[in-house]
Design a protein around this ligand. Structure first.
Ligand code: ZN
Ligand code: ZN
Length: 387
């Protein structure tokens, strides 16, 4: 099963969809036009069911195979949202909305999954059910989480779920995947260190939160170096330190620090949170100050299931001749929530030698479409072979 001929035929049409979505980017949950485009197309393809308003602006389509005797149901997920970036590609189909841009290629993801849906609804050459999932707000809004909270997995009986992201730097249409922890959790923390301010020349009459903070920032690094198993990944970055004093001769009452913790597993994530809180509290106590800690949960770590990863890689190998082992990334991915609810896998498809995602020069590479669509279709046909 190399790239399916049908997708070579459909390429001009899918490219047109992709460029239309590119021209009309929408941010976070505001993917109203995009969701309508998706809904209309899924209905035109003859999907057995098209549901809207899941996770606010999410859309789900159901495609039944020639038979459904296997009882298998797999979910295929794409994201639809753009980023608040001013596009500088100069393309003739560049964003018509200044300050919004498809700079992460979600236009390509949506178009590829639509292409696969069209093919699967046409051919139905499988024994089971395919659920195509189009989610809003991947870029920090937790659209995938909201779709799960709306009961999507149970409502459509989804048993396993697959996702794909384009990746600059991987040759166009080639694939890379990784079992286990793949994308990081993205929690934030904010700690207010409260002491007692005063004259810089009389520190003995103060509880200096600057000195306390200096020790705390250093001590926090011991979570990574002394608490977490050295073979586990973790990043702790303090990115902002703000004093309530702006003067050179006034010791402040308080200092606020902000940062992020990235991990690859539930266990490390929980350990990091516990240790951060303990170190902040006890360091402040040791200096006579107090710590007011805010833990702001982000996306969980995205963990690929072993068996589904192996299967996804085998389909990718059939499409493109190989599937590489992907590097870990400490970035986050909202698909993590779907993988917390169901086993599944997330794969990278090469975008070639393009500008990086999240930059104003980036563009999705339409030449990746046939491979991406073939992978989606191959998942359905291979996982649920026609009787
Ligand atoms: Zn992104
Ligand atoms: Zn993305």
């Amino acid at each position: 099963m190399p790239v399916k001929n049908r997708f070579a035929e459909l390429l001009p049409e899918i490219t047109e969809w992709r460029q239309d979505i590119h021209e009309n980017p929408e941010i976070l949950f505001d993917t109203v036009r995009t969701a309508k485009v998706v809904e209309d197309k899924l209905k035109a393809f003859g999907c057995d069911e098209v549901a809207t308003g899941i996770g606010r602006t999410g859309v789900v389509g159901v495609i039944k195979g020639k038979s459904t005797a296997s009882g298998k149901v797999i979910g295929l997920r794409a994201d639809m949202d753009a980023l608040p970036i001013l596009e500088s590609t100069g393309l003739d189909y560049a964003s018509k909305t200044p300050g919004a841009m498809h700079a992460c290629g979600h236009d390509g993801h949506t178009a590829m999954l639509l292409g696969a849906a069209k093919y699967l609804a046409e051919t139905r050459n499988f024994d089971g059910t395919v659920v195509v999932i189009f989610q809003p707000a991947e870029e920090g809004g937790g659209g995938g989480k909201e779709m799960c909270q709306d009961g999507m997995m149970d409502r459509f009986g989804i048993q396993e779920v697959y996702g794909m992201h384009n990746w600059p730097g991987i040759p166009t249409g080639q694939f890379a995947i990784r079992p286990g922890g793949f994308f990081a959790s993205t929690d934030q923390f904010e700690i207010r260190i409260v002491g007692k301010g005063g004259h810089a020349a009389q520190p003995n009459k103060t509880v200096d939160p600057i000195v306390t903070t200096s020790s705390l920032v250093t001590a926090l690094q011991s979570v990574a170096s002394r608490n977490v198993d050295p073979i586990e990944q973790i990043v702790i970055s303090v990115c902002s330190i703000e004093s309530s004093s702006k003067a050179f001769n006034v010791i402040p009452d308080a200092v606020t620090i902000k940062g992020t913790i990235r991990t690859m597993s539930k266990e490390t994530r929980a350990l990091a949170e516990t240790r951060l809180k303990a170190i902040a509290t006890s360091t402040c106590t040791a200096f006579g100050a107090t710590a007011d800690i805010r833990w702001i949960p982000g996306y969980p770590a995205m963990v690929n299931s072993e068996e589904q990863t192996e299967f996804a890689a085998s389909v990718a190998t059939e499409v493109s001749g190989a599937c590489e082992l992907a590097d870990l990334t400490m970035g986050g991915e909202d698909f993590a929530y779907m993988l917390e609810e169901r086993p599944g896998a997330y794969i990278l498809v090469g975008n070639g030698d393009s500008a990086n995602v999240h930059t104003p020069e980036y563009n999705f590479n339409d030449e990746a479409i046939p491979a991406g669509c073939s992978w989606w279709a191959g998942l359905a046909e291979r996982r649920m072979p026609a009787a």
